[in-house]
Design a protein around this ligand. Structure first.
Ligand SMILES: NC(=O)c1ccc[n+]([C@@H]2O[C@H](COP(=O)([O-])OP(=O)(O)OC[C@H]3O[C@@H](n4cnc5c(N)ncnc54)[C@H](OP(=O)(O)O)[C@@H]3O)[C@@H](O)[C@H]2O)c1
Length: 259
C-alpha cells in the first residue's frame, strides 16, 4: 500500500485527488493537511480521513511514502522542505512557487536522497500538448507565437503555470526569449516575442491555446480540461511512479509518462 499525505486537501484540486485516492486499492490517504487558519481543520473528507492544520504536517508525514502539495505559493513555501527532511518523496503541483524556494527544495531533495516530481500540470493531455508545442515550434520557427489561457474566476495566479511552461518550451525551441504578458496602449509593431494572455471567467477548469501565425496561415493547438479528474489521474500516475525512488532527483511529468 502506498501511503500518501495531501497538502491542500480541501481545495479544488486537493479534494479531487483525495476522492480518487479513496477509490484506489493500492494507495491510501494517510494525512490531509489544510491551512491552520482557513476554518477547514477537523473536517472528515473522502476516505474518512480528518484534516489537520499545516502545523501538524511533520506528524502526519511519519511513515508516509509520498507528500502531494496542491496548496498556495505561500503555503507550499512553508511546507516544501518538511517532506525531504522526513525522508518522504514529494509531488509538487502548486504553481507560482518562487525560484528561490524551488532551489532550496531541490537542495533538500539531493541532501536527503529522496525524489520528487514538480509540475504545473499533471494531465496527460497537457504534457502531450507541451511536447507538441516543442515539435511545432522547431518547424514553425519564424511564426509569431501567442498563448491564450482561460481559467475559472477563483484562480489566484496569472498567467497559469501551464502557459508559462509552454512559453519556456517554445522559447527554448525558437531562441525567441522575450515574453510579453498581455498588451495595452500604444504598443507599436510586434517584435520577436511570445505573447501570453489570461482570461478569468466562470467555472472553466482550464484551457490553453497556442497560436502559431505566419503571413498567410495560422495553426492553433488547444487543450481543454473537462474535469479536475484529468489532473488527479495524472497525479495518481506520478504517485505510483515516484514512491519507491530514492535518488536525490527532481523529475517532470514528461519523465513520469515516458514522453
Ligand atoms: N499541477 C496541476 O496539475 C494543477 C492543477 C490544478 C491546480 N494546480 C495548482 O494547485 C494549487 C491549488 O489550486 P486549487 O484550485 O485547488 O486552490 P484552492 O481551491 O484555493 O485550494 C487551496 C488549498 O490549499 C490549502 N492551504 C493553504 N495554505 C496551506 C498550507 N500552508 N498548508 C496546507 N494547506 C494549505 C487550503 O486550505 P484552507 O481551505 O484551509 O485555506 C486549500 O485546501 C494552485 O497553485 C493551482 O495553480 C495545479
Amino acid at each position: 500500500m502506498i501511503r500518501v499525505v495531501v497538502g491542500g486537501a480541501t481545495g479544488k484540486m486537493g479534494s479531487t485527488i483525495c476522492r480518487l485516492i479513496a477509490e484506489q486499492n493500492d494507495i491510501e490517504l494517510q494525512g490531509a493537511v489544510v491551512s491552520s487558519a482557513g476554518g477547514n481543520v477537523g473536517r472528515r473528507i473522502a476516505g474518512g480521513v480528518v484534516t489537520v492544520g499545516e502545523d501538524k504536517l511533520d506528524a502526519v508525514l511519519e511513515g508516509a511514502d509520498v507528500y502531494v502539495d496542491v496548496t498556495t505559493p505561500a503555503g507550499a513555501e512553508k511546507n516544501l522542505l518538511k517532506a525531504p527532511i522526513a525522508g518522504v518523496n514529494s509531488i509538487i503541483g502548486t504553481t507560482s512557487i518562487t525560484v528561490e524556494a524551488l532551489t532550496k527544495f531541490a537542495d533538500a531533495v539531493r541532501r536527503h536522497q529522496v525524489s520528487a516530481v514538480v509540475t504545473p500540470n499533471f494531465s496527460i493531455g497537457v504534457n502531450v500538448f507541451w511536447k507538441t508545442c516543442e515539435d511545432l515550434a522547431m518547424v514553425l520557427r519564424d511564426y509569431d507565437v501567442e498563448i491564450l489561457e482561460v481559467h475559472h474566476g477563483q484562480k489566484k495566479d496569472a498567467p497559469s503555470g501551464t502557459a508559462l511552461r509552454a512559453a519556456e518550451i517554445i522559447a527554448r525551441a525558437t531562441g525567441v526569449e522575450k515574453i510579453v504578458r498581455g498588451r495595452d496602449g500604444i504598443i507599436g509593431a510586434r517584435g520577436k516575442e511570445i505573447g501570453i494572455h489570461s482570461i478569468r471567467a466562470g467555472d472553466v477548469v482550464g484551457e490553453h491555446t497556442v497560436i502559431f501565425a505566419g503571413k498567410r496561415e495560422r495553426l492553433e493547438l488547444t487543450h481543454r480540461a473537462h474535469s479536475r479528474d484529468a489532473f488527479a489521474e495524472g497525479c495518481l500516475a506520478a504517485i505510483r511512479w515516484i514512491w519507491q525512488r530514492k535518488d536525490g532527483r527532481i523529475y517532470t511529468m514528461r519523465e513520469v509518462l515516458g514522453l
